[in-house]
Design a protein around this ligand. Structure first.
Ligand code: NI
Length: 202
C-alpha cells in the first residue's frame, strides 16, 4: 500500500473539515446577528395612551416610531433620555416630524394614563406615553426585548424603583426595526442617526 495516497486523502479530509467548520462559523455568526434580538425587536402590542385611548403598533404604521421604555418615577436615566430625545427631534427640524416619539412605561402599577399625561408634558410636545395592564406591558416589553424588574429599597410596598434596559429603538413606517441607540447617545449624535435613517427612504 503506497503511503502517499493516504496522506493526500488525509489532507483532503482535513481541508473539507476546515471548510465545513468555516462555513458553520460564518453561519453561526450570521445567525447571531438575527438572533441577538436586534432584528427581531418589535411586534404586536395593545396599550393605552396618556389620554386613555387604546392603541396598537398598527396605530403607528406610516410613521417612524422612536421607542423608549422606562417609568415616570425614574430619578435619572429616563428623564435624561427623554430630554435627549426631545432635543434631538428639535435639532432635526422638519425632518423630525416623520418621527413619533413614544415612551412605554414598565411600571404600570403607578404609571396610569393621568400620571403619564402629566409626565410627557415635561418633554417633547408630540411625545406619547403608553401604559396598560401588567400583562400588556409585559408583552410589549417582551416584543422589544426589554428587561425590567422591581427593586424595593424600603419596607413600603409603594416605594420602589424599576431596574430596566435603556435602549432607544427606531422602528420604520412598516413597523419593522430600523436601528437602536444606547442611552448614552447625546442629542447631536441621536439627531444625526435619526436623520440618516429617515432620509434614507423615499
Ligand atoms: Ni429609568
Amino acid at each position: 500500500m503506497p503511503r502517499r495516497p493516504v496522506l493526500v486523502f488525509a489532507v483532503l479530509v482535513l481541508l473539507a473539515a476546515a471548510g465545513l467548520g468555516g462555513y458553520a462559523w460564518i453561519n453561526r455568526h450570521a445567525g447571531e446577528d438575527r438572533g441577538s434580538g436586534v432584528a427581531l425587536v418589535g411586534g404586536p402590542f395593545t396599550l393605552t395612551d396618556h389620554n386613555g385611548r387604546a392603541l396598537t403598533e398598527k396605530t403607528f404604521l406610516g410613521k417612524y416610531m422612536l421607542v423608549f421604555f422606562g417609568f415616570t418615577f425614574c430619578p435619572d436615566v429616563c428623564p435624561t433620555e427623554l430630554q435627549v430625545i426631545t432635543a434631538a427631534l428639535d435639532q432635526m427640524g422638519p425632518a423630525g416630524d416623520a418621527i413619533q416619539p413614544v415612551f412605554i412605561t414598565i411600571d404600570p402599577e403607578r404609571d396610569t394614563p393621568a400620571t403619564l399625561k402629566a409626565y410627557v408634558g415635561n418633554f417633547h410636545p408630540r411625545l406619547i406615553g403608553l401604559t396598560g395592564t401588567p400583562e400588556q406591558v409585559a408583552a410589549a416589553a417582551s416584543a422589544y426585548r426589554v428587561y425590567y424588574a422591581k427593586v424595593s429599597n424600603s419596607s413600603s410596598a409603594a416605594d420602589y424603583l424599576m431596574d430596566h434596559s435603556s435602549i432607544i429603538y427606531l422602528m420604520g413606517p412598516d413597523g419593522r426595526f430600523v436601528k437602536h441607540m444606547p442611552y448614552t447617545t447625546d442629542a447631536a449624535k441621536l439627531a444625526a442617526e435619526l436623520k440618516e435613517s429617515v432620509t434614507a427612504l423615499p
